[in-house]
Design a protein around this ligand. Structure first.
Ligand code: ES4
Ligand code: ZN
Length: 325
């Protein structure tokens, strides 16, 4: 339709993408073969059939297992380039991508393989008209001490990362658990993001704002349960990186028809649309827009607002934002 074409043509930034979650089954099998690793699935179809999740933890168990095929610098390069090509095809012009170093370093993969592979791909993405920044994300089911050790590995490479994030199992691991390591990251000049209010309560979003002092909220869906919190986020002008297909696959929303994006926009929240873990959730950025346009939840005007919010909410200087707006 003409709205599909309009969405496809909009210049967009993707602000919530886990690079390990962009590992398509076909590439997973290729890398398994290249690295002599046995997968517990016979073929791509059997693997895809396992992508049936009831909650975040169901997904994380499979997602961490999938990352086991990533061993070398070239593996991380190939993973990232595949995503960059796919994103560029959706007219994504800027991407700020999370990576989970602990998932790799805890398996004995050197941090430098991860950062070198991803940053070499980020450089090559420029030829696709795509600018890229990397966000070093901490696994919140592990300790703050482990996050400090992970941050220390990034220190020699601070020029290659824009910020830090906080992801993995939310409930039981509130943002305040990471107060000290986020303060350290801020002191190092890094931007701060945290997943909050995906499965966790509004209190976790408050902590991300008031204890971690984050610059951007990842998901933030459950903020809507608390009008005072919503008013606070609106006043601060913080961007929310929302992920419709992810929310549906992980049962954060019961039905896409009940997706909160229209309500967020109505309340003046700076929402954006992102793909989160596209290889697992069934779609890249444009698919995420279309999942809502097809249901009549967002119109052309809302799509324009959402795309503009993604540029405005990026960790970019005003000159680059002006080019993309
Ligand atoms: C994630 Cl959707 C989501 N939530 C929390 N942590 C994650 N890591 C990768 N995807
Ligand atoms: Zn996420």
């Amino acid at each position: 339709t003409s709205l599909d074409a309009f969405v496809a043509g909009l210049p967009k930034a993707e602000l919530h993408l886990h690079i390990e979650g962009s590992l398509e089954p076909e590439l997973m099998f290729d890398l398994a073969q290249r690295n002599n690793i046995a997968l517990p699935y016979n073929n791509v179809e059997a693997l895809r059939a396992a992508y049936d999740f009831s909650n975040l933890q169901d997904f994380l168990d499979i997602y961490y297992q999938g990352a086991d095929v990533l061993l070398t610098e070239a593996d991380f390069y190939d993973l990232a380039m595949a995503y960059f090509r796919r994103a560029a095809a959706d007219n994504v012009r800027h991407a700020e991508i999370f990576f989970d170093p602990q998932t790799h370093t805890d398996r004995g993969i050197p941090y430098n393989y991860v950062i070198e592979g991803l940053s070499r791909a980020a450089k090559d993405a420029e030829a696709l008209g795509l600018s890229v920044s990397l966000i070093h994300s901490f696994l919140r089911h592990l300790s703050e001490e482990a996050a400090f050790e992970s941050l220390a590995m990034a220190v020699p490479y601070l020029d290659r990362i824009i910020g830090v994030g906080l992801d993995s199992s939310e409930v039981g691991h509130p943002p305040s658990k990471f107060a000290n390591v986020f303060a350290k990251a801020k002191a190092l000049g890094l931007k701060l993001c945290a997943h909050a209010g995906e499965e966790g309560p509004p209190a976790y979003v408050y902590e991300a704002l008031d204890v971690l002092h984050i610059d951007r909220i990842d998901h933030g869906n459950r903020s809507l349960e608390d009008p005072v919190l919503v008013a606070h986020i609106v006043r601060e002008g913080l961007t929310l990186t929302v992920c419709p297909l992810s929310n549906h696959k992980l049962c954060v929303v019961s039905d896409l028809n009940a997706h909160p994006i229209p309500d967020m926009l109505k309340k003046g929240l700076r929402a954006t649309i992102n793909s989160d873990d596209p290889a697992y959730f069934g779609g890249y950025v444009n698919d995420n827009f279309l999942s809502l346009t097809r249901l009549g939840l967002i119109d052309r005007d809302a799509c324009l607002t959402l795309a503009r919010n993604s540029i405005t909410g990026a960790f970019l200087d005003d000159a680059r934002k002006a080019v993309l707006l």
